[in-house]
Design a protein around this ligand. Structure first.
Ligand code: PSU
Ligand code: MN
Length: 323
């Protein structure tokens, strides 16, 4: 490519509409059609697949989550970077490639563009998935649990980029709260500082990922997908830049009581300290250790809560599409 052309294309401001970003984005035909016709679409992240679960549970779950969205009447858009293109909607072979990648990069806001510029491959975290979703006009995104303020952050400064993303990118993220490995009170404080609405779904308590409740009261509560959709629309009408965090409790039959989990979480965290694990590697390490320490129970709960979030996100996307 001649230098002048390159300069032009890189200097060009980012355009909001997906049709004009075809060089960066690779939309699956299904997603292209759904977005063009203003049909409800739910974004899904891919770090759960590459760093959150072992194979083959990761691949099976990715398929089940997509099926859950389809059964609820929306279109699933799993997002990942493959060979230098930001894919919105993955084919079965693409999903399988991602799920079996030995050393996938875990991409957040800081490294998304670098990976694309190098022609690389990697999964997107909550932050990077939100960026991609907003660029192509997807309003709703389902994940397991967002990243947040790690325990001991007063020393490590480890605060997930997911929180800043919620403050600036207008996507409604359906989660089961923040992962219970985190410092939940500090995570709620930072979200409040950043002006992110934290909405517990159908209860007052802020859910704690593997557990349906915590000792914390969520700042906001809503009891219907429609209310959440209207609030999303109101933020747009006010031109407020950030998103909403919906905290959807894990179904009670699938939860692990917090008392049971807490000692195992503490043990995993001290093992990480001893091993000197930090940065991007910390959350995947803790999830893996808790999986081992609960003999797989945490994984089953994680799968159940993601499916539950996918169903609620679909209902919200359907309501937003009606607005
Ligand atoms: N939800 C899960 N499993 C996960 C994640 C979410 O059930 O592995 C991922 C998300 O991609 C989230 C990331 O953005 O964990 C948080 O990583 P960190 O703490 O390094 O920001
Ligand atoms: Mn971190």
């Amino acid at each position: 490519m001649p230098a002048a052309t390159m300069k032009f294309s890189f200097a060009r401001p980012f355009r909001k509409h997906h049709d004009q970003n075809m060089d960066i984005f690779a939309l699956s035909p299904e997603i292209h059609g759904a977005l063009k016709n203003d049909q409800p679409v739910v974004a899904l992240e891919s770090t759960i697949t590459t760093h959150g679960m072992p194979y083959p549970d990761n691949l099976e779950t990715a398929h089940e989550v997509e099926d859950a969205v389809r059964n609820a009447g929306a279109t699933p858009a799993t997002i990942a970077v493959l060979d230098g293109r930001l894919h919105i909607g993955l084919s079965d072979p693409e999903l399988e490639k991602l799920a079996t990648l030995p050393d996938a990069s875990k991409l957040s806001r800081a490294d998304l563009a670098v990976c694309l510029s190098r022609g690389g491959t990697g999964s997107t975290t909550v932050a990077a998935t939100m960026i991609a979703a907003a660029q192509v006009g997807i309003a709703v995104f389902a994940t397991g649990g967002i990243g947040g303020v790690h325990r001991g952050a007063e020393h490590s400064f480890d605060i997930s980029a997911d929180l800043q993303e919620l403050a600036q990118t207008p996507v409604t993220v359906v989660s089961a709260g923040a992962k219970a490995i985190l410092d939940l009170p500090k995570t709620l404080e930072v979200l409040e500082t950043f002006g992110v609405p934290v909405i517990a779904y159908g209860q007052d308590s802020f859910p704690a990922f593997w557990s349906a409740t915590s000792h914390l009261t969520a700042p906001l509560r809503m009891d219907s997908a429609m209310q959440i959709a209207v609030a999303h629309g109101m933020r747009n009408a006010l031109n407020l830049p950030g998103g909403q965090l919906v905290a959807n409790p894990i179904p009670e039959d699938d939860e692990i009581p917090a008392e049971q989990l807490e000692p195992l979480i503490r043990r995993a965290i001290s093992e990480a300290e001893v091993a000197g694990i930090n940065g991007k590697a910390l959350t995947p390490f803790l999830l893996k250790r808790i999986f081992e320490l609960t003999e797989g129970k945490s994984l089953r709960a994680n799968i159940a809560l993601i499916l539950n979030n996918a169903r609620l996100a679909s209902r919200i996307a359907i309501e937003i599409a009606k607005l």
